[in-house]
Design a protein around this ligand. Structure first.
Ligand SMILES: [Fe+2]
Length: 273
């Protein structure tokens, strides 16, 4: 049983399973890929298939903890309209100051609403937030601004925690403000579990399969375990996911929409109350 579960009490089990897809594992990025990827990037492999019941790892009622839970939340339309208006304002350079002030206020309202719609609260302060706009139709969405290449499946590292302490890291709310569905692809394992499984392999095997011991935990694990399934969950317009992105390997996916991909991300320590 995977330690990472999906929590969406507003959906029936069958509706939630309909939102989930699984791939056959992961593979290294190649020259022929449609996007320019960093060297060593790992991507979901093969086609996306429906998830059979026992593999869905779905819990609707019970939340194990923020570090191992991906939650879905749906916000009220009137609140979403306000957020979208601020996103539009933020793209006008001379109004960006207004947008920033309004964003701080609307984030406060979103945090309150989150408690009402799915029972999650923010412990401490918001650690960061921002709108992001990108194209639809992409297998992967995270771009490294330093080299303009896509990073593929990865762990976020805002907190710079070692592998076995990543469960203490921040998580994030990512609200889909676009007009189409967007996916969160993820490997349903914690950083702790990946680290333990690499240790179980032993350093000689890790080296042999190209998963050098130093460096990036996500890529090293996926090279050593290429058949570890990658799951994908869909958020519809107006929905947000809350995900432990420091602790669970992930990336965005906009394959199912042609329109611009627009999101608002709020980073902090969100937890089930
Ligand atoms: Fe990320």
């Amino acid at each position: 049983m995977s330690p990472v579960a999906v929590f969406a009490p507003q959906l029936s089990v069958s509706a939630l399973q309909a939102r989930l897809r699984t791939s056959e594992g992961s593979r290294g990025a190649a020259e022929m890929d449609a996007l320019p990827f960093e060297a060593g990037a790992r991507l979901a492999r093969g086609s996306w298939s429906p998830v059979a019941g026992s593999r869905a790892q779905v819990r609707r009622e019970e939340v194990a903890g923020a570090a191992t839970t991906i939650a879905l939340a749906q916000f009220r339309p009137e609140l979403l309209e306000g957020v979208k208006a601020i996103e539009q304002l933020s793209s006008v350079p001379e109004r960006s100051g207004d947008a920033e002030r309004q964003l701080n206020s609307v984030i406060g309202r979103l945090v309150v609403a989150l408690r009402d719609v799915c029972g999650w609260t923010l412990r401490g302060d918001v650690l960061g937030s921002g709108f992001k706009r990108g194209p639809g139709g992409l297998s992967n969405t995270t771009l490294n601004p330093n080299n303009s290449r896509y990073v593929g499946l990865h762990l976020d590292s805002w907190d710079r925690l070692p592998a076995r302490e990543r469960h203490r890291g921040q998580n994030r709310v990512c609200l889909n403000l676009g007009s189409g569905p967007r996916g969160l692809q993820f490997v349903p394992l914690t950083a702790m579990e990946m680290s333990l499984r690499l240790d179980d392999l032993g350093s000689a095997v890790v080296d042999r399969c190209g998963g050098v011991r130093e460096g990036d935990l996500a890529r090293r694990f996926l090279r050593c375990f290429p058949y570890e399934p990658v799951l994908r969950i869909t958020t519809l317009p107006g929905e947000a996911y809350i995900a432990p992105t420091e602790n669970v390997v992930h990336d965005g996916c906009t394959l199912d929409t042609s329109g611009p991909d627009v999101t608002l991300t709020i980073r902090g320590h969100f937890e089930p109350s």
